[in-house]
Design a protein around this ligand. Structure first.
Ligand code: DLL
Length: 434
């Protein structure tokens, strides 16, 4: 189902002229209202009138996370506080959080793009959504909440964690859809198996999973463990929150539609910032075309992926592939760039292993070492040749990624699980030594 079919299928030329009109207005708007942007454009010798259409977007400078920190908390707001109706913040691992503000129109658009996303995921008015994203400063909880209401779903606002309560509500309220992080969906799937709860005691058909990278192996595990279709939702607070892009349930595995009437995407080279051709991997950059309270020009997300058109599909908007990882989470091991999702992709081809794993990075002298701790699957016959599996995994990783890693097979249940939020799969012990 398409929530806003006219916009979601707008012919490309019309989409481009809408984006052109919006970027012209946006640049004039931020130049007038946000001292940071006036200064930045002046310094780059750009006048708003130089931006004649979306094709001129490359002339604009990037906005980066430190710009948000430097303008903490509200200096990037383009409207007076009397027009702001909500404030969210994302907690960084260090220092102050990044703050974002929304006008009433922003919250309406936020709800609309989440409603589009849920409809693409297969949700329908009248279905119940158990929303297990955290409510609070994090955009996940309230973002899904307003979007589901807009679509006409009945929202069950449980928030994250509290596994006993989640399971009770899944059984008693019989929701058809659930939203949570993929790692928490893994936790739930595992709890159902552990507690021997029959899957026909629940009614889930759709899982709306995002907020952290995940791959097909987690999709398979969660789909089998909860008997549902697991669909990707992507977004970030700086740009809006969840619902910047979403997968369609009928097109699973082919990428997520970016709602490009509101969020204009580019992929750029991570070292030079140069735009890359369609399909190539690089850093995802977004310009918010319609935001009022805190619009951003060419925001450097640090997320690595690619974008491409698939004209045979239901909508005209561009798609993005799965996020490989964030440029700042990328490990550089003996000169080789490594995302944990690459290891996850190799693990998925081993039926005796589960997608519960952790990468432990240490430094021996000047050499970085990676240990892959991965659980054997509960069904595995332990008489099997453990050394053989280790050897094969080591070889596959070496062939596919180009790095030798130490492999440790763990008993099921040993690797830390998500307790409701985002899960970190990397333990970097080098920081302790340096
Ligand atoms: O995680 C918004 C969100 C909430 C998205 C609920 C989806 C569902 P932040 O906390 O600002 O916002 O974190 C944004 O999380 O830049 C990505 O690195 C990562 N991320 C979000 N969705 C996905 C996804 C929310 N589907 C950062 N796949 C982003 C991979 C994701 N990474």
């Amino acid at each position: 189902m398409l929530f806003q079919p006219d916009m979601e299928t707008l012919p490309l030329e019309k989409l481009r002229s809408l984006q052109s009109e919006r970027i012209r207005n946006l640049v004039a708007y931020v130049y007038d209202r946000v001292p940071f942007y006036k200064k930045q454009l002046d310094e780059h010798g750009i006048k708003p009138s130089d931006i004649k259409g979306i094709g001129d977007i490359h002339k604009l400078p990037f906005t980066v996370k430190t710009d948000l920190r430097d303008n903490y908390p509200f200096d990037l707001f383009a409207v007076p506080m009397s027009e702001v109706i909500r404030i969210h913040a994302s907690s960084g691992t260090t220092g102050k959080p990044t703050v974002v503000g929304y006008s009433r129109k922003d919250i309406n658009i936020f709800s609309e793009v989440v409603a589009r996303s849920l409809a693409a995921a297969g949700c329908r008015p009248g279905m119940k959504l158990q929303n297990a994203y955290g409510y609070g400063l994090f955009t996940g909880g309230l973002g899904l909440h307003y979007g589901a209401e807009k679509l006409g779903m009945a929202v069950i606002p449980v928030s994250g964690g509290m596994t006993d309560r989640q399971i009770m509500l899944l059984r008693d309220f019989q929701p058809e859809a659930m939203s949570c992080t993929p790692s928490y969906a893994q936790t739930l799937a595992e709890e159902f198996a552990k507690r021997d709860i029959p899957l026909d005691s629940i009614n889930l058909k759709i899982g709306i999973l995002g907020a952290e990278p995940w791959t097909e192996s987690i999709r398979k595990q969660v789909e089998a463990g909860l008997h549902l279709d697991a669909v990707n939702i992507y977004g970030l607070s700086e740009i809006m929150g969840p619902g910047v892009s979403n997968e369609d349930i009928d097109e699973k595995g082919t990428g997520s539609y970016i709602w490009e009437d509101h969020f204009f995407p580019e992929i750029v080279n991570k070292d030079t910032g140069e735009p890359l051709p369609e399909g190539e991997f690089g850093v995802l950059v977004f310009t918010t075309l319609t935001k009022e309270a805190m619009p951003l020009l060419r925001y450097w997300t640090n997320d690595i992926t690619n974008i491409y058109y698939e004209h045979s599909y239901k909508r005209t908007h561009i798609k993005m592939g799965p996020i490989r990882g964030r440029a700042d989470d990328m490990l550089i091991i003996r000169g080789v760039n490594l995302f944990h999702t690459q290891v996850e992709e190799v693990i998925q081809h081993f039926p005796d292993l589960s997608p519960y794993y952790q990468l432990v990075v240490t430094r021996e002298g000047n050499m970085d070492e990676v240990e892959v701790r991965v659980e054997t699957s509960p069904e595995m016959n332990h008489a099997e040749n453990m050394e053989g599996i280790k050897g094969n995994l080591r070889k596959k990783i070496k062939d596919n990624i180009g790095l030798s890693m130490k492999i440790t097979l763990e008993e099921p249940g040993v690797i830390p699980r998500s307790e409701g939020g985002k899960l970190s799969r990397i333990v970097d012990k080098r920081k302790v030594y340096s």
